[in-house]
Design a protein around this ligand. Structure first.
Ligand code: FES
Length: 143
């Protein structure tokens, strides 16, 4: 069996929603201390709906494929639905990732959360800080 699914290869070679949004409602940047990869997500939000989303990922192929798939999955969805997107769901949508590459999909989940938090902060929307408490706190052992 190939290490990477066709979907992973497709989203790696033809990533969707690459780029930036100049007047983004929220921008989230996260990194993985272990591999040094960085992901940045831009959200354009209108009436609680993600009307546009773009990403820039300086990272491995799995991180690029995960960001691409994650942006496809949240575009047109509500902010709450985007917050519920888990890295497992992203990996499943890609027909799986090798176990040692699951942390790459976690970057996508976290970058979205960080972008939503930025949106809440900028728009002055109240939120439970507990929701974002784990962002960016990954130790060296994480896989
Ligand atoms: Fe770092 Fe994939 S190896 S995100």
């Amino acid at each position: 069996m190939a290490l990477y699914s066709e979907k992973v290869m497709d989203h790696f070679k033809n990533p969707r929603n690459v780029g930036t949004i100049e007047d983004a409602s929220g921008v989230g940047t996260v990194g993985n201390a272990k591999c040094g990869d960085i992901m940045k997500i831009y959200l354009k939000i209108e009436d609680n709906i993600i009307v546009d989303v773009k990403f820039e990922t300086f990272g491995c192929g799995s991180a690029i494929a995960s960001s691409s798939m994650a942006t496809v999955m949240i575009k047109g969805k509500s902010v709450d639905e985007a917050l519920e997107l888990s890295n497992k769901a992203v990996a499943e949508a890609l027909d799986g990732l090798p176990k040692h590459k699951m942390h790459c999909s976690l970057l996508a989940e976290e970058a979205i959360k960080a972008a939503v938090k930025d949106y809440y902060d900028k728009a002055g929307i109240e939120y439970d800080h507990e929701m974002f408490k784990d962002l960016g706190e990954h130790d060296e052992d994480e896989d």
